[in-house]
Structure formats: structure tokens, C-alpha cells
Ligand binder design. Structure first.
Ligand code: ADP
Ligand code: MG
Length: 205
């Protein structure tokens, strides 16, 4: 097992033989211990549950192998390929990728899954299938609420503007195009998105 990434909440190890990764949520010293344990347990179980649901949907995400809410770990398939964050910046088919991003999010929302942390670091371009795969479902939830979906898109909008300021807003327009194609309930969400954006922007000032 080889460590391949370390984020704010988890360490990722890769098992080359099994072609899997293990995501282990470590404790955060600044949190009260009880709260920390319950939060990590909750997010571990949640991520595992969503991955299971996504597999049933045939949605492009890593397949769940196992999880343990004592060790706070999840084992899932390794997705070969680069982060969309890097592909977007270095390639020239960013418009097509942006559209695919929107389609994938539209599919999730149509099934009432809200990702909760939509950034281009949580999307991998699978080099085998050539398809965009979504990862990092620890903050996801099942929700039918238009507001939750609109906020999900708003967080993506903010992330795109800050990480890809040169390509933005060209790419965001394409994301919305893809989103509309994949989600028949898109109009209501996009209408709410306008309100959420105004609210968010006013707050910033
Ligand atoms: N299934 C996977 N296959 C390949 N790489 C992965 C996989 N899951 C995570 N990674 C890598 O580890 C990084 C962190 O994983 P992620 O689930 O996003 O955790 P964090 O909560 O720390 O952001 C990802 O950006 C990606 O580079
Ligand atoms: Mg992540």
C-alpha cells in the first residue's frame, strides 16, 4: 500500500495488486473527541452508502469494495486518470468536458443525490473509459429539495471561478447546458440558482 494523497480529512492509499484505494479519515485534534468520532463515522457510512447507490445506477464513480466505521476507512476501485482540474487547464477540449460535467451532475440531481463538494479535484477523467468519474461523496446527501441542488451548483460555480478563472464563465455556460440535457427538473433548480447566487454574492460584499 502506497500513500497517494492526503487531504484535509483523509489519507488515500493505493493497493497496486488489487487495483483499489483505501480512504481513511483521520482524527482532527481541534475537534472535541466525541464529535470528531461521530462526524468521521457519519461521513464514512454516508460515502459508502452513496457509492453503493451509484453502482446500482450505473453511475461513473468508484465501486465500493468495503468499509469500516471503526477504522473510518473505505476501500473502493482505483480510477486511473487525471483530475479534471488538471485536464481542463492543459487540454483544449474543455468545452466538451464542461458539458459532460454538467450532464453527470444533472444525472445525480435527477436521482436526488446532492454531491456537497463539487470541485474539479473531485472529478477524474477515467483514461480507460474516457468518461468523467465523480469521487469524494463524504458530504453528499439524498435530497429532493430544489434549494439543496441549487446550492450544489452554486458551490461548483464558485469553485470554477476561483480555480479556472481564465476559462470561466465559458465553461459554466456549458456545464448548465449539459445539466439541462440530463435533468428534466433543471429549470426549477436553475431558477433557484439565480436567487442563491444573488444571495451569495451580496453576502460576500
Ligand atoms: N477512487 C479513486 N481512484 C483514484 N484516485 C482517487 C480515488 N479516490 C480518491 N483519489 C485521489 O485522492 C484524492 C483525495 O480523495 P478525496 O476522496 O477527494 O478525499 P478528500 O476528502 O481528501 O478530498 C483525489 O483528489 C484523487 O486524486
Ligand atoms: Mg476531494
Amino acid at each position: 500500500m502506497q500513500k497517494i494523497a492526503q487531504g484535509a480529512e483523509a489519507v488515500i492509499y493505493r493497493d497496486l495488486e488489487k487495483n483499489t484505494i483505501m480512504k481513511e479519515r483521520f482524527s482532527k485534534k481541534y475537534r472535541l473527541e466525541q464529535l470528531d468520532t461521530s462526524l468521521r463515522g457519519f461521513r464514512t457510512r454516508r460515502e459508502a452508502k452513496i457509492l453503493q447507490r451509484l453502482e446500482e445506477m450505473n453511475f461513473p464513480a468508484p465501486r465500493l469494495q468495503s468499509f469500516c466505521d471503526e477504522r473510518m476507512s473505505i476501500v473502493m476501485d482505483f480510477i486511473p486518470g487525471e483530475k479534471l482540474r488538471d485536464v481542463l487547464e492543459n487540454g483544449d477540449d474543455y468545452q466538451q468536458l464542461a458539458m459532460e460535467m454538467g450532464q453527470k451532475i444533472g444525472l445525480l440531481h435527477q436521482k436526488h443525490i446532492v454531491h456537497g463538494d463539487l470541485t474539479t479535484s473531485n472529478m477524474l477523467l477515467n483514461e480507460r473509459s474516457k468518461e468523467l468519474n465523480l469521487i469524494d461523496f463524504g458530504l453528499s446527501q439524498f435530497s429532493e429539495k430544489i434549494e439543496d441542488k441549487a446550492v450544489d451548483l452554486f458551490l461548483l460555480d464558485r469553485a470554477l471561478e476561483s480555480k479556472h478563472y481564465k476559462l470561466y464563465p465559458q465553461i459554466f455556460a456549458k456545464v448548465l447546458k449539459g445539466y439541462r440535457e440530463a435533468n428534466p427538473g433543471a429549470e426549477a433548480v436553475l431558477e433557484r440558482f439565480e436567487h442563491v447566487s444573488k444571495r451569495g454574492r451580496n453576502k460576500k460584499k
